[in-house]
Write a protein that binds this ligand. Structure first.
Ligand SMILES: *Cc1c(COP(=O)(O)O)cnc(C)c1O
Length: 436
């Protein structure tokens, strides 16, 4: 599979190039150019296939020469010591638990694979620098994934305020490869600095800078794996339609589902589950996209007004608008219904869910009722966050206590940055240079 920019048809670059140099010169984002067909592999696998075995089989096929099978199985083993888990709630409903990684968030799946494949791609003696904007938990996920990776250093830019949960023994001044830098500014300043640094071609070539943010197409691909995994777990029991309900903020997760479909996974639809920040739903329904001001909700991971993956999603709609309108169903859920759903799911199925997952759960119920979908349809709700991350909310709604894993408690520990800088490109570049 080769990649092209959302802004032009040519030139095409390999997956390796798209990962190591993640922004095309024309200001677009990389998207796959043609897509692989992995149907034959999906039909050979079943509920007995382990997640890592599945990854080792499908990754080389999706990347068509970009990764050989031996490397793929090495990368899978080095990325994943955690797995997705499909929880069958009843005949027509499952939860896909994606929160068993180090930070209790599904983003661990993409970040872990990207870190492992980068290490695999870098040849003996070569170096690369990952420059990423990150808030607390994503920062921890990245630090976990990149810590100790050969030839790679990780610069984490985070906005003013405390940083929590990082392990100082992995920092550069203690002999590690992690460089947390606090930026006196907002998260948007951090994201802007990442793009500016990469676009400073002299600097970014000297240090071989790329990013682990969603601007890197390499992070989308591994998110395809857990959709495929859910499919092979379920396929022998599926009689009719298969629907995924996806809690959506920046829409990376949903786009990964669309790629799984493009690669040949049989699926009938995706529910784009949003909270009250739902202006992107208009776009999905075929209207023009007009961002609305951001509202804070009790499902904060979905509080996004302009999705970072806007261009990637738009490229699907430009190709086949009518098909897309029969594939993606937007739905918006308010705070009250989110809490009621957390309570109802616990009472009915005895499982805790986090508020972001609750949005997807409620959206699934709403869309299925509205569309009178075939009653034999099977819906998979993506559980993107560990319920113990919002323990007090989960406990309040369910009326019982919840065990908080030790790894999640460690996320609360404060730590100091390596440098504190003003939000300017030159300041950032000299702070980075001083670490080497
Ligand atoms: C990031 C996040 C989401 C939203 O995912 P996108 O890919 O940005 O749409 C949903 N739930 C949780 C818990 C998250 O951290």
């Amino acid at each position: 599979m080769q990649f092209r920019s959302t802004k032009s048809k040519l030139p095409l670059v390999s997956y390796k190039e798209a990962v190591l140099s993640c922004l095309p010169d024309d200001g677009g984002l990389y998207v796959p150019d043609q897509t692989a067909d992995i149907r034959q592999f999906l039909f050979q696998m079943n509920e007995k296939t382990s997640f890592n075995d599945m990854v080792a089989i499908v990754a080389p096929s999706i990347l068509e020469g970009g990764l050989n099978p031996i490397s793929a199985s090495k990368v899978a083993a080095s990325a994943y010591n955690f797995q997705p888990e499909l929880i069958r709630l009843n005949e027509g409903l499952s939860l896909l638990n994606l929160y068993n990684g180090p930070t209790g968030i599904f983003k661990d799946f993409g970040i872990a694979f990207l870190s492992a494949i980068l290490e695999e791609f870098i040849n003996e003696g070569e170096k690369a620098m990952i420059l990423s904007a990150a808030r607390a938990d994503t920062a921890v996920s990245m630090a976990h994934a990149f810590s100790g990776r050969k030839g790679i250093s990780l610069v984490l830019l985070y906005p003013s305020g405390q940083i929590r949960g990082l392990d100082p023994s992995a920092f550069v001044q203690n002999g590690g490869n992690i460089i947390p830098i606090q930026v006196k500014g907002t998260f948007d300043d951090c994201q802007r600095l990442v793009v500016e640094t990469i676009n400073d071609r002299e600097f970014s070539q000297r240090y071989k800078v790329t990013s682990a943010n969603t601007i890197n197409a390499g992070r989308l691909l591994p998110q395809v794996f857990y959709y495929l995994y859910a499919f092979i777990q379920l396929k022998n029991d599926l009689s009719e339609d298969l629907i995924f309900s996806v809690p959506s903020g920046n829409f990376g997760n949903l786009i990964a589902g669309l790629y799984a479909w493009k690669f040949g996974m049989p699926v009938n639809g995706f529910i784009a589950a949003m909270n009250i920040n739902n202006s992107f739903g208009d776009y999905i329904l075929g209207k023009t996209f007009k961002p609305k001001p951001l509202v804070s909700t009790n499902s904060p991971a979905l509080d996004v007004s302009v999705p970072l993956n806007y261009e990637r999603l738009a490229s699907f709609y430009e190709e086949a608008p009518a098909v897309m309108r029969n594939m993606v169903y937007p739905s918006s859920i308010g705070d009250d219904l989110t809490l009621q759903t957390m309570e109802a799911v616990y009472k009915k199925y005895n499982v805790h869910i986090d508020p972001n997952t609750a949005v997807a759960f409620a959206a699934a119920q709403k869309v299925i009722a509205e569309r009178e979908w075939n009653c034999n349809a099977h819906t998979v709700v993506l559980a993107t966050g560990h319920p113990a991350r919002e323990a007090s909310l989960a406990e309040e709604t369910a009326g019982t206590s919840i065990d908080v894993p030790r790894s999640l408690l460690a996320l609360k520990k404060k730590c100091e940055p390596v440098a504190v800088i003003s939000p300017q490109l030159e300041t950032l570049e000299s702070a980075i240079a001083s670490c080497f």
